[in-house]
Design a protein. Structure first.
Length: 315
């Protein structure tokens, strides 16, 4: 993986990607090589006045399987012909292109997003749509993954996208372990809305305790009413707070947690599919298969063959 930076570089977006993809952690396999490059190697200023020393030039992108643009500044100035050519060449030969926050502006300028769906920080979504009318801008999404191209909203949503890519590449268990090392909250789906709501006079009470309780009781046939009772509120109030704080509904969040738990069990255990379905509260192997296919486009058995213990040992 190669991260393409440009002065003045936003440190958080770059650091987020490096934290997920570039660190060797005790007890965890290192699955990615991580390199930083820039058009003119040397000292690259950052937005906060620090400086990066980058030794690699654009040629580092020539063999990368993933090219990541961790924000792009100044987004209002045209990218150089050399940068645009390198970005297009990487995509043309099959590299996955990933943009965090304003990094989407560079991919759009290169023409890679024409006729396709993408997102960026909500603050810049209207400008993005106006400047690149051929792009289908999803201003609400945390991230959009099209397979060959992935884009995310700003700051913390970049971490969500990076962890999502680890999940896609190497399974939910590794992504969850990295998240735990980073002291990150549970996985957020890309379709959840960005937190761009207007402030209210009295902020809603955090759902943290309810989410933690539900995560520990996934094996039970939980309902929205059960979550509401645990939070000592009505189902309507619970739904409103989920929408405000997570940008999704209680039912969708609960299903997402069940699927994630099933993924981890498929990777880390040899339990039968029926047993896994019971442990994550999906009642039957048939229901688990249906939900799995709807959410991930594959079956539990195929997922285990790709990411289970045997696949890890073979890899």
């Amino acid at each position: 993986m190669v991260a393409l930076v440009q002065p003045p570089q936003a440190e958080f977006e770059l650091a987020s990607a490096a934290e997920v993809f570039g660190l060797d952690r005790p007890g965890l396999p290192s699955r990615y090589g991580f390199t930083v490059c820039t058009e003119r190697p040397g000292i690259v200023p950052t937005k906060t006045g620090c400086a990066l020393s980058v030794n690699e030039g654009l040629e580092a992108m020539a063999e990368a399987d993933t090219v990541l643009v961790p924000a792009w500044a100044p987004k209002d100035s045209p990218a150089s012909p050399a940068v645009l050519a390198a970005v297009r060449a990487a995509h043309d030969r099959g590299a996955r292109m990933v943009a965090i926050c304003t990094g989407a502006f560079l991919l759009a300028e290169a023409g890679l997003l024409d006729g396709r769906r993408a997102t960026t920080h909500w603050r810049y979504a209207a400008e993005f749509a106006s400047r690149y009318p051929a792009v289908e801008v999803d201003a609400d999404a945390l991230y959009v993954d099209l397979g060959d191209i992935a884009t995310s909203a700003g700051t913390a949503a970049g971490i969500d996208l990076c962890l999502h890519l680890v999940r896609s590449d190497h399974g939910a268990a590794l992504a969850s372990r990295i998240a735990r090392h980073m002291v990150m909250p549970p996985h957020r789906e890309g379709g959840q809305r960005q937190y761009a709501v207007e402030p209210v006079e009295e902020p809603s009470e955090s759902l943290g305790a309810v989410l933690e309780w539900a995560s520990e009781h996934l094996h039970e046939p939980l309902t929205v009413e059960d979550l509401a009772a645990q939070g000592r509120m009505s189902a309507r109030t619970l739904a409103r707070r989920f929408d405000e704080q997570l940008g999704t509904s209680p039912g969708k969040w609960l299903l997402s947690q069940r699927i994630s738990a099933a993924q981890a069990l498929l990777e880390d255990t040899d339990l039968p599919i029926e047993s896994i379905a019971g442990r994550v509260g999906l009642s039957s192997a048939l229901n688990l298969r249906r939900r799995f296919r709807d959410r991930l486009g594959t079956t539990p058995a195929a997922y285990r063959r790709a990411f289970g213990r045997e696949a890890v040992r073979a890899g």
